[in-house]
Design a protein around this ligand. Structure first.
Ligand SMILES: NC(=O)c1ccc[n+]([C@@H]2O[C@H](COP(=O)([O-])OP(=O)(O)OC[C@H]3O[C@@H](n4cnc5c(N)ncnc54)[C@H](OP(=O)(O)O)[C@@H]3O)[C@@H](O)[C@H]2O)c1
Length: 295
């Protein structure tokens, strides 16, 4: 698992081990016990992958800061397209399959939620790099690659970066949290995204699969759902139009993903927001993630 110190990567590690797979994970900058250091941009990285000879290489890595990608398109393309392509070639050369993660930001956000067959049209550098990666990986790896598109991933994680933690950090201090009122997508519970991905791999699936939560909501609904689940004052989550927020990269407004293909393959994998948040609290209580709420 390249990027095992991240949100999805951490849950891939846990679920793979629990399902009896032999697993090795890497970090780039945030060291964690048991993980090896690997920078995908390092010239030695392809050798490292070849030497491991893994059956499957999961790649939940990349430059995931959307506004940062807009400021540095060359870095966005290197980290989100060229580096995974290099490591996918190394995986193929050693007989393995490659699994990578993409985004609803490959769409223009005029008419989401989107299915796998809908026309793409990214609005920002992050989405363009991800789309180019999808195309090149599909061209070169064919049925040896699985591309999981997901969106608005939240849940317990050691680095505590995702939106649910942002909500908690603001609201527990009684601060107002301003979020875009006109951006829509599906909150997707991280542990479920990871488990669904592993089950797809175990079934031998390849190609493009959308793996997202069942509810299509705006950011205010998402933030208030998180607040409600944790007993915070949900009126502190306040909606502001995207145009007034000054975000660095243009955002697809009506984004989000339809996961009917996943539902056909693996029914009932993705929990809704209330059930996801209930599990979040449970995972924190069991010491399986950073505690954002002092529970
Ligand atoms: N989160 C979402 O809502 C969302 C939505 C759609 C798609 N995705 C995609 O899903 C994937 C996983 O997302 P996430 O939220 O789990 O990301 P994340 O928490 O930001 O984790 C990213 C991981 O990539 C590692 N990494 C960064 N630069 C690297 C490099 N040069 N070489 C090797 N590893 C590197 C990070 O390591 P360190 O932390 O140790 O530096 C970390 O382990 C990403 O490809 C993302 O684009 C995420």
């Amino acid at each position: 698992v390249i990027g095992a110190s991240g949100q999805i990567g951490g849950w891939l590690m846990r679920h793979l081990a629990e399902r009896g797979h032999d697993v090795v994970g890497t970090y780039a900058t945030v060291a964690q016990p048991g993980l090896e250091r690997l920078n995908a941009g390092d010239p030695e990285a392809a050798n490292w992958v070849r030497q491991r000879g893994a059956d499957v290489v999961f790649y939940p890595a990349g430059f995931t800061w959307v506004d940062g990608c807009e400021r540095d398109p060359a870095k966005a393309r290197a980290a989100n397209c060229l580096e995974p392509l290099t490591l996918a070639r190394a995986t193929l050369a050693s007989g393995g399959r490659f699994v990578t993660f993409s985004t609803d930001y490959v769409f223009d956000g005029a008419r989401g939620p989107y299915g796998e067959g809908d026309a793409v049209g990214p609005l920002n550098e992050y989405g363009r790099a991800k789309l180019e990666a999808e195309r090149l990986l599909t061209e070169e790896l064919g049925d040896r690659v699985l591309i999981v598109r997901t969106c608005w991933v939240y849940g317990p994680e050691w680095q505590g970066k995702n939106f649910a933690y942002q909500v908690v950090r603001a609201l527990r201090e009684g601060k107002i949290l301003r979020v875009p009122s006109d951006q829509w997508a599906n909150p997707s519970y991280g542990p479920d995204v990871a488990e669904a991905t592993i089950r797809l791999v175990e079934r031998g699936e390849s190609g493009l699969v959308h793996v997202a939560g069942p509810e299509h909501v705006d950011r205010v609904g998402f933030g208030r759902g998180v607040a409600r689940a944790l007993g915070f004052d949900e009126s502190l989550v306040v909606g502001v139009p995207t145009a007034e927020l000054g975000q660095g990269a243009p955002r697809p407004l009506r984004g989000g993903l339809r996961s009917e293909k996943l539902e056909g393959l693996l029914p009932g994998m993705m929990r809704g927001l209330a059930a996801g948040m209930a599990d979040f609290v449970e995972q924190v209580r069991r010491g399986r993630a950073r505690d954002p709420i002092g529970c």
